[in-house]
Design a protein around this ligand. Sequence first.
Ligand code: HEC
Ligand code: HEC
Length: 330
Amino acid sequence: MRKYLVFIPGGLAACLGIAMAALSVKQPAHRPAPAITLERTQERIERGRYLYEQVAHCAGCHNERDWDKFSAPTQPGRTGAGFAFPEELGLPGKVVAPNLTSDRETGLGKWSDGEIVRAIREGVSRDGRALFPFMPYSQYRSMSDEDVFSIVAYVRTLPAVRKQQPATELNFPVSLLVKFEPKPVDGKVNPPPKSDRRAYGEYLVKMGNCIECHSQAEKGEIAGGKEFAGGREFPINGFVVRSANITPDEETGIGKWSEDRFVAKFKGYANMNQGNAPKHTQANFTLMPWIEMASMPEEDLRAIYMYLRTVKPVYNSVEVHPPLSLAQTQ
Ligand code: HEC
Ligand code: HEC
């Protein structure tokens, strides 16, 4: 009996050891990067700029930002040079958005177009490593071929900035679990027709990754049933903001907002820029990319509104700017 008891933990440990060893060499699901060379037409570069700087707001993570100013505008001149996320965000390890500029040593200068396309939509780096899904590739999967090509065409125009960002280092067990996230994209991806405003709105909301900031997370996953209900807390630079409830709940969400009010909220920031943005205080602190999103075409904002009307209303009252003493993290 005694021998048996000793035997089981030993056996279990051995099994676990083998499983861990297998996981540590496991490759994420991936396919060879598509062999494509993209034509960098003016049209693509313009569309790519719009998606990168505004809708998808890649800049919000891959650029340095001016945290002292309202909505933390991105630093001009160093677009795409990367950003190391502050520890206070509570991510599972050291998470760094790499340098995307065309610098050959520290950026994407040596990557093929296909490798960048694959990283954006399928979540594997050039060397086949799984990317931490804070890089929203699961949302970008549905990005159409032409849109992802446009983003790559634009990224290729970013002036080279020599800046070696440190590597992402995830804590155990996330470092192993992350390998299950990437999924290859098979076949052609078409965008929904713009005439289907709800579907096009959903497409933009995915690209904008609105769900990530606007939902609470439980153990790193979006809390089921509370999508878009807000309440996620972001402590940065001594301030704290919680995301707003953007479900159609009439009392606690944007259920009573008309389409025009929604558009006006974004357009209200249209005259703000990096130069004249007010200083951040606890009363106005935000990560919502108002400055960048203010210049989105009205028809895109209207499509987003149309889609948000159709998500499940969730009753969740959020104090967006809590007194610092009440924030959970204090
Ligand atoms: C919420 C933050 C966030 C957003 C938004 C974001 N990224 Fe990332 N991105 C990251 C992080 C973090 C990594 C690195 C993950 C890792 O190393 O595991 C990354 C990795 C990448 C990589 C792989 C680079 C490499 O060296 O492996 C590419 C390419 C990339 N992002 C492009 C984009 C583009 C283009 C967009 C917009 C369409 C975008 N990202 C939006 C956070 C973000
Ligand atoms: C990086 C995080 C982040 C992303 C991405 C983001 N938001 Fe926000 N959003 C916030 C935060 C935080 C607030 C609350 C503070 C504020 O109003 O500025 C907010 C506020 C809002 C509000 C104001 C609601 C109100 O009651 O005043 C709307 C509308 C909104 N977001 C819509 C969107 C949409 C649509 C998207 C995607 C296209 C999006 N957000 C993406 C963080 C984000």
